[in-house]
Design a protein around this ligand. Structure first.
Ligand code: FE
Ligand code: FE
Ligand code: MG
Length: 167
């Protein structure tokens, strides 16, 4: 990004890059958690779960791309070492050691709830300070909210509970 594009940012750019790298680490771990979850999951409605988990994995990978492009625009260095994902992550990683469908979905719901909290903080932090990052974070937050909703609806379907307030 050009120098003016960085100068207009009204916050500490180094700190911002660090926070974006932490989110990038989260996205890679979320990507793998979904991707491997889709491979190992067993139980009722497995096919619906595989479709959803795979879609979400692709979304997380796309988020990783968005964050990386912004970090590079800010003249930062995106995290280059996968082993650093664990050092930087906000939300961690839950290995699907029990591949039962409800367990896998619960783990991913936990991840999404952490992602929502993380992006909500980033959204507030960048508000009126960096419009471009703010808009990107809003886009990602929308996806994470949809992810949580999709997974919770799937859990309800599996449990055969009546769905309240579903569109
Ligand atoms: Fe994501
Ligand atoms: Fe997500
Ligand atoms: Mg979905």
């Amino acid at each position: 990004m050009g120098t003016r594009g960085i100068q207009i940012i009204e916050m500490d750019v180094k700190k911002l890059i660090n926070l974006l790298n932490k989110a990038l680490a989260d996205e890679w771990l979320a990507y793998y958690q979904y991707w491997i979850g889709a491979k190992v999951v067993v139980g009722p409605m497995k096919n619906a779960a595989v479709t959803e988990l795979t879609e979400h994995a692709n979304d997380e990978l796309r988020h990783a791309g968005m964050l990386t492009d912004r970090i590079l625009q800010l003249k930062g260095t995106p995290v280059l070492e996968p082993k650093d994902w664990y050092k930087l992550t906000n939300c961690g990683y839950l290995p699907p050691k029990d591949p039962s469908i409800l367990k896998v979905l619960q783990q991913n719901i936990k991840g999404e709830q952490c992602a929502i909290d993380t992006y909500q903080k980033l959204l507030k932090m960048t508000k009126d300070k960096d419009h471009i990052t703010n808009q990107m974070i809003l886009e990602i937050l929308k996806d994470e909210i949809e992810h949580e909703d999709d997974l919770q609806n799937l859990v309800e379907d599996i449990k055969h509970k009546p769905k309240a307030g579903k569109k």
